[in-house]
Design a protein. Structure first.
Length: 676
């Protein structure tokens, strides 16, 4: 078996011959250094009986060192002979004397370096020891006890004194320190305490080929390197010959070498422990250990809750796909985080339409979902799903005149609602128009009407729709009226005005289809018509005032949806219309709506300027087919009253009514008092 230094001393051609004998594959293209390690690896896996015979090197260096291998003295058990490598002196058994014993000059044969066989996984490592001159191995404990401690000289200085020439009878002048410990074969008896430690070559020799790091890596895999005895005399003596100390004791390890040795031993112990744990661990645990530590931690996924919560909203259908969302009234039925997704199959299953008010059960959004999802439907517009499925569409319902009156009188001091009950009664299904100039108190009048309806008729669903109004009026209306307030202030776009009005109208229609009475108070229809005119695509036909010919179709359809429906249900719309604003467009819009309503209430600016409220022009106000809303006795008395006030101005008529109503509790008492 060849050692690494023997292979490095040979020529490349000789290395190729050795590689060919060992049957190393693809060695012709390898460099010398790679070929050396290839041969060493092949020797390690090849059984000893199959290894070829070692050949002698043909280089001059090898022939020069050949006599070192001759055997001069075969056995010298008591006195150890020096070898060709560093000259080693025999240490005396007692420390009292300083005289060195003479050593026979006969040279022992050099024991060739043999690479230790690789251990199988899990096999115990042999104990460590040191090699003596007789070839036997000593345990570490014995060496530590027998070898006295001595100091080590530093590296050789630049100018070192010439060592004396050795004579056959003189003692060799070298006792280097031990650098690496070779494994000890178990079972060999311990030699005498006089055994001498053979040191490892110095650092200069290890750096000779510039591959110190790779040698150290191989040393860690194999354990401690064996003692080197095959170094040529010249190099060894040149690098490591040192003068003897006076006490003729071997030098101890250097501090750095001791630390390195301690680290290597600790590292080897840790590696050995890990290998044993790995061998004793089951296969499943090893596989788990190889995984990423983060994989052991469970993925933090959002849990999919199976809980359901009640929900409610108004359905808005999307133009593409047939799906929709249940919008919240708190966001004026616009897109919001509270939206509930309704799938197309659910729309068909429950026979839902745009504007349906759905009371349902929903679930929270799952992973990857954005909205709450509809689970089941409990009620649609206050009706069951079976009842809603058989409803008649709004356009197919039969419209009738208003027959049931909405009583507005609440308090004796609330003159506005009492006058409305007398001269412009409102019925369920009425289409009323409040014609007003700016600053005549129409918004306050709407609040009083809304409060009266909510107080006297709780069965009526009341919606207040404020389009293009001031934000403070929206807040005041929402706080003072018990009704659903939908608003789009003047700082919003026309598209938003139109969208909110459309959703409110669809919701009212669906409620009417299910037999409910709905009242919409709109302020104002003039501004809603302006918004429709803004969003209307240009048709090329422009009316006076800049109104598109097709722009007023949708607001007229909105206002014309008010009707009393046969077999239950009604939609009442009371809208305000602006006049005398100085805008030609407002005049055109008013003229378009002037003849469509069946109730008209005129407000006079002159009364408002005189601070006479309510500023109602009584002679100009009235309701069509009021005989359907009043009894004959009440109707006849009102006609008499109208004739009496026909010659009065609006201001005089309002002052007359207020004076007569102060002493009465309600309208019935007021009409009875007329006879007196």
């Amino acid at each position: 078996m060849y050692t690494i230094d023997e292979l490095k001393d040979r020529l490349l051609s000789e290395l190729k011959e050795i590689a060919e004998e060992l049957k190393v594959g693809n060695f012709k293209k390898l460099s010398k250094q790679d070929l050396v390690y290839k041969i060493l690896d092949q020797q390690a896996v090849t059984p000893l009986e199959q290894l070829p015979q070692k050949t002698k090197p043909s280089s001059p260096k090898a022939s020069k060192n050949a006599p070192a291998a001759e055997v001069v003295a075969a056995e010298a058990p008591a006195a150890m002979q020096p070898v060709e490598a560093p000259a080693v002196e025999a240490v005396s058994g007692t420390e009292s004397t300083n005289e060195a014993t003479q050593i026979d000059t006969a040279v022992r044969p050099i024991k060739p370096y043999q690479r230790p066989e690789r251990r199988a996984r899990g096999q115990e490592r042999p104990p460590r020891g040191v090699q003596a001159l007789n070839g036997e191995l000593l345990p570490l404990d014995a060496v530590a006890l027998d070898v006295p401690e001595a100091d080590v000289l530093p590296e050789a200085p630049a100018v070192a004194p010439a060592p004396p020439e050795p004579a056959p009878e003189t003692v060799a002048a070298e006792a280097p320190a031990v650098a690496a410990l070779a494994p000890v074969v178990p079972g060999i008896p311990m030699p005498s305490p006089g055994a001498v430690i053979i040191p490892q070559p110095g650092r200069g020799e290890r750096l000779r080929d510039g591959s110190r790091d790779r040698d150290r890596g191989r040393d860690q895999q194999q354990g401690s390197r064996e003692l080197r005895t095959d170094v040529p005399r010249g190099e060894f003596s040149r690098d490591q010959q040192r003068p003897l100390r006076d006490d003729q004791q071997p030098r101890p390890l250097r501090d750095r070498e001791q630390r390195d040795q301690q680290r290597r031993e600790e590292r080897f112990a840790r590696d050995q422990q890990r290998r044993e744990e790995r061998n004793n661990r089951p296969v499943g645990d090893v596989a788990v250990q190889g995984q990423n530590p983060n994989q052991n931690q469970p993925q933090r996924t959002r849990p999919d809750f199976d809980i359901t919560i009640p929900g409610e909203g108004t359905l808005e259908m999307m133009p593409d796909g047939g799906y929709g969302f249940l919008r919240s009234p708190f966001y004026n039925y616009l897109a919001s985080p509270d939206d509930i997704y309704v799938a197309p199959q659910q729309v068909k299953q429950f026979a839902l339409k745009a504007g349906d008010t759905v009371k349902c059960t929903i679930r929270p959004p799952r992973e990857g979902e954005k909205y709450y999802a509809l689970v089941s439907v409990e009620l649609v517009n206050g009706r069951t799903v079976e009842e809603v499925r058989d409803r008649v569409p709004f356009n197919h319902l039969t419209p009738l005149f208003a027959e049931e009156r909405l009583k507005l009188s609440t308090k004796s001091t609330q003159y506005s609602t009492r006058i409305l009950d007398l001269f412009a009664p409102i019925g369920k299904g009425q289409r009323g128009l409040i014609v007003a100039q700016p600053k005549t108190g129409k918004t306050v009048l709407l609040q009083e009407i809304a409060n009266a309806i909510s107080e006297n008729h709780p069965e009526v669903y009341l919606i207040i729709l404020l389009i293009d109004e001031r934000p403070e009026e929206v807040t005041d209306m929402a706080r003072s009226v018990k009704a659903e307030v939908l608003s789009s202030t003047f700082d919003e776009t026309a598209d938003r005005h139109v969208k909110i009005a459309s959703i409110a109208l669809d919701k009212a229609k669906r409620l009417v289809e299910c037999g409910h009475d709905v009242v919409i108070l709109l302020d104002s229809i003039t501004r809603l018509a302006r918004a429709y005119n803004t969003v209307q695509p240009a048709s090329g036909k422009i009316l006076s005032g800049g109104v598109d010919a097709n722009a007023l179709h949708k607001p007229k359809r909105f206002f014309g949806a008010a009707r009393n429906v046969e077999d239950g249900g009604s939609l009442t719309i009371i809208a305000t219309a602006l006049i005398d604003t100085g805008s030609k467009m407002d005049e055109v819009i008013f003229e378009e709506f002037k003849g469509t309503g069946n109730m008209e209430l005129q407000l006079d600016r002159k009364l408002a300027n005189r601070r006479i409220f309510p500023a109602i022009d009584v002679p100009a106000s009235g309701t069509r087919r009021e005989d359907l809303l009043m009894s004959k006795d009440e109707l006849s008395r009102i006609w008499v009253l109208r004739k009496f006030m026909s010659d009065m101005t609006p201001a005089e008529a309002m002052e007359f009514l207020k004076d007569r109503m102060k002493g009465t509790r309600d309208n019935d008492e007021f009409l009875v008092s007329m006879n007196g």
